[in-house]
Design a protein around this ligand. Structure first.
Ligand SMILES: [Zn+2]
Length: 244
């Protein structure tokens, strides 16, 4: 790896907002439905939506719809605010670090929900061009498909690392086809290079012989997963990742 890549690596470390990952936090209690009372005339109650969604959520929903509105598997995925989701999650699971505290651009841990951060559209005071949030939404979409293919389960941390290596490689391939404005070239190059470094990191790690706890520690240290404590996990869980 040459100097340019190393520079990008350092830049990424310095600016964690450019790090992006999602995938695999089992902490979220999702899909809990409350049985509805029997008022026949009442219109079916939808999940209580916030009166106004933040701009980055609306933007992400629009991009998602444009990209996947006709995709049977992805069209109905819910896009929500990462910070709100993280705060709700943390209220239930104090052992899990704040997802937005590590500045993920977006996050998913199921085939149904994707959560997006403000940094997806506004990074370091700069409004990012649409290809930037779209790249990360498409990255999440890969994870959504991965989760759907495994009934929302990820058997091991190593499997998660391999899934990320594959998903980031696909994300970089998608970026290859992006058309950017001349003024966006520096941003595009930085993002592209940073994601290539991430691909290399995951790919290399996937070849390391290590225990599951060591793989977990690597994910947490690299901030691909929030801190989480296995002992605090209720059992059984939809994913067994933290139960060991
Ligand atoms: Zn990912």
């Amino acid at each position: 790896m040459g100097d340019p890549a190393r520079t990008v690596t350092e830049r990424v470390v310095e600016d964690p907002a450019t790090r992006a990952t999602t995938y695999g936090d089992t902490a979220v209690q999702q899909g809990v439905r409350v049985a509805q009372g029997g008022k026949p005339k009442a219109a079916p109650k939808k999940a209580p939506a916030a009166p106004t969604e933040p701009a980055h959520v609306l933007k992400a929903r629009a991009l998602w719809k444009a990209a996947f509105g006709k995709d049977a598997q992805l069209a109905n995925v819910r896009i929500g605010d990462l910070k709100a989701h993280s705060d709700r999650n943390r209220a239930k699971r104090p052992d899990v670090g704040k997802l937005h505290g590590v500045e993920y651009q977006a996050w998913t841990n199921s085939s149904r929900d994707v959560y997006v951060n403000t940094t997806l559209v506004m990074l370091s005071g700069t409004t990012m061009p649409d290809w930037y949030p779209e790249a990360f939404l498409r990255h999440e979409a890969i994870h959504v498909r991965q989760f759907a293919a495994t009934a929302d389960a990820v058997p091991t941390y190593l499997a998660m690392i391999k899934a990320e290596a594959s998903a980031y490689a696909e994300t970089v391939r998608w970026l290859d086809g992006v058309t950017w404005l001349p003024a966006e070239k520096a941003t595009y190059d930085a993002v592209y290079d940073a994601l290539e470094v991430v691909v290399t990191g995951f790919t290399d790690r996937s070849k390391v012989t290590a225990t599951e706890l060591e793989h977990k520690a690597w994910m947490v240290t690299e901030k691909y997963l929030p801190e989480h404590t296995p002992s605090a996990e209720p059992v059984p869980r939809p994913l067994s990742l933290y139960v060991r």
